[in-house]
Design a protein around this ligand. Structure first.
Ligand SMILES: Nc1ncnc2c1ncn2[C@@H]1O[C@H](COP(=O)(O)OP(=O)(O)O)[C@@H](O)[C@H]1O
Ligand SMILES: Cc1ncc(C[n+]2csc(CCOP(=O)(O)OP(=O)(O)O)c2C)c(N)n1
Ligand SMILES: [Mg+2]
Length: 310
């Protein structure tokens, strides 16, 4: 174009930054039509979930766009992991305050990384102008009847988690400058906040074994509370068994580390209940037991509540 100016309407922005990330084995019709078409294998069911990320609520103002894109997709994908679903595809409803090419180029890099890392083609979406928001809808597949739900936990099951707890909350505290730290711990914790790794393979491997699962988004105790409520059981958590990383312990007091582990959320690992008859998956650890009763009980005196939007 004369003067090197690029058209700024949403269709040219979509064409430039949001297309051609839509290839995958399940994609029959990808980006660019009125709707995408995804293929399910015979005897499969569709798993669907959506999560929004807003500036100032889910990430700090002026965050790097590549990290935002990656994190929004990872957080949404984590719900597929918790259901034991194999990823099929995603859509992205993106709202941005202005059409800044450098910013959108960076966003695409993060999106592209996430598409590759989670095998989740971007098959469609929406682009509007307004306060920065990324809403990611993910779709996955499970064998009919095979989704891992929240309502199957039974007294006697072990309560397990798939990864360290509190890293994301510690990472956000570092990013926001609320705590200080340097060296590899600092880098690893920030990375954990920006690029969480949804446990897709673990979720699939837990089908038919775990009696219930959730992903840790609002905070461990809050999220286990969903299992307790849906399964009509009491979930007991032993705070001495929580996996807390060296990195977190290196920047925080024991009390702070425990508060982050129990209530910080956004680690996007899985919390699940597993009968004694099934072997503990590598990398996971037992943090408690399911008993008859209701709610979540934890020995930590001031056991913290999870994140609440209202
Ligand atoms: N606006 C809404 N309309 C209908 N259902 C909703 C809405 N918001 C949340 N839900 C449902 O309520 C449940 C809890 O939501 P949420 O805490 O966001 O789930 P998650 O933590 O797994 O992302 C989910 O099953 C979700 O689909
Ligand atoms: C700027 C900023 N402040 C605070 C937080 C912490 N935080 C925001 S939302 C949230 C809970 C998870 O988000 P939600 O929208 O409830 O996800 P869902 O449970 O629906 O997956 C937490 C811990 C953050 N990530 N960024
Ligand atoms: Mg969830």
């Amino acid at each position: 174009m004369p003067g090197g100016k690029q058209p700024r309407d949403e269709f040219s922005l979509i064409a430039r930054y949001l297309k051609e990330l839509d290839r995958g084995p399940a994609v029959v019709v990808g980006n660019g039509d009125d709707g995408a078409v995804l293929r399910l294998d015979a005897h499969e069911e569709l798993v669907v979930s959506v999560d929004s990320m807003l500036e100032g609520v889910h990430f700090p103002f002026d965050s790097p766009p590549s990290e935002l894109a990656y994190r929004a997709v990872a957080a949404a994908t984590s719900d597929l992991a918790a259901m034991g679903a194999r990823p099929l595809g995603m859509t992205l409803a993106l709202t941005i305050p202005e059409a800044d090419d450098a910013w959108l180029r960076e966003l695409r890099l993060g999106l592209s990384d996430a598409v590759g890392d989670f095998s989740l083609p971007l098959v469609g979406g929406d682009l509007t102008r307004g306060s920065l928001t990324l809403s990611v809808q993910v779709m996955g597949a499970v064998p009919a009847g095979g989704a891992i739900r929240r309502d199957g936990a039974r007294p006697g099951d072990r309560v397990c988690v798939s990864g360290p707890l509190g890293d994301a909350a510690a990472g956000l505290a570092l990013i926001e400058g609320r705590v200080a730290g340097d060296g590899p711990a600092n880098t690893a914790l920030r990375e954990h906040f920006w690029r969480p790794m949804p446990a897709l393979d673990l979720g699939i491997s837990l089908r038919g074994k775990a009696t219930a699962a959730v992903d840790v988004s609002d905070g461990l105790l809050a999220d286990l509370g969903h299992i307790a409520e849906a399964s009509k059981v009491c979930v007991i958590v032993d705070s001495s068994q929580l996996p807390i990383s060296e990195a977190v312990n290196s920047i925080a007091s024991g009390e702070q580390a425990l508060a982050w582990a129990l209530g910080g959320g956004e680690d996007y690992c899985l919390g699940f209940t597993l009968p004694e008859s099934h072997e503990l998956p590598p990398g996971s650890c037992v943090i408690g037991r399911v008993e008859e009763g209701a709610g979540v009980r934890c020995d930590a005196a001031d056991a913290v509540d999870g994140y609440r939007h209202f």
